[in-house]
Design a protein around this ligand. Structure first.
Ligand code: CO
Length: 197
């Protein structure tokens, strides 16, 4: 029989973390267990180096999070759409943040012509982003620079996809306060850049 190795380190970490939070705010977990009221929906890459709460330094309860490979929003993805619907209609978040990152493996894989298996069907959406912006991208001679730019353009396109969902359209029609932002994170210095302007 398969006996899983124990996650001793993680349980130890968890105990220390929970104790330290209780120490500074004994009611913290009790209050959070009653309800969540986040202002932000974060849609980011699944990459282990881009952990939502950590890089914006917000505690549990402040950010509703959805992550997938290369922070892609597809109009037939019930998973992502359900997250957006719940966040907008029930939690009434004030901001939706699409956060991409430079050096994104998903975006890089979408730029080459080799097969990667099942994931190619997902990366197809980023290949479409490339095609929409082919003229601009092909003008960039340096391959790394072109890759950087595609990481940015992918965020811009996903912001557009979110704005085009019926969920967000209805919220806007109903004058609900809702802002959609495109950000990109730099793995090299830990800093976020706003692509919305
Ligand atoms: Co990525």
């Amino acid at each position: 029989m398969h006996t899983p190795k124990k996650l001793t380190k993680l349980f130890d970490n968890n105990k220390i973390w929970a104790d330290s939070i209780r120490e500074s705010d004994p009611q913290f977990f009790y209050k959070l267990s009653k309800h969540q009221n986040p202002d932000y929906l974060w849609i980011g890459c699944a990459d282990s180096r881009v952990p939502a709460n950590q890089i914006i330094d917000l505690p549990p309860g402040d950010v509703f999070v959805h992550r997938n490979i290369a922070n892609v929003i597809v109009h037939t993805d019930l998973n992502a759409l359900s997250v957006i619907q719940y966040a907008v209609e029930v939690l009434k978040v004030k901001h939706i943040i699409v956060c991409g990152h430079y050096g994104c493996g998903g975006v890089r894989a979408a730029m080459d012509d080799t097969q990667h298996g099942l994931i190619d069907n997902w990366l197809r959406h980023i290949k479409d982003v490339y095609r929409f912006h082919e003229e601009e991208l092909e003008r960039i001679d340096d391959k790394e620079e072109r890759f950087h730019r595609l990481c940015e353009l992918n965020v811009v396109e996903q912001v557009r996809n979110i704005l085009n969902t019926t969920i967000v359209q209805n919220a806007i029609d109903n004058d609900q306060e809702l802002n959609v932002h495109g950000l990109i994170y730099d793995l090299k210095d830990g800093l976020l850049k706003d692509l919305s302007h």
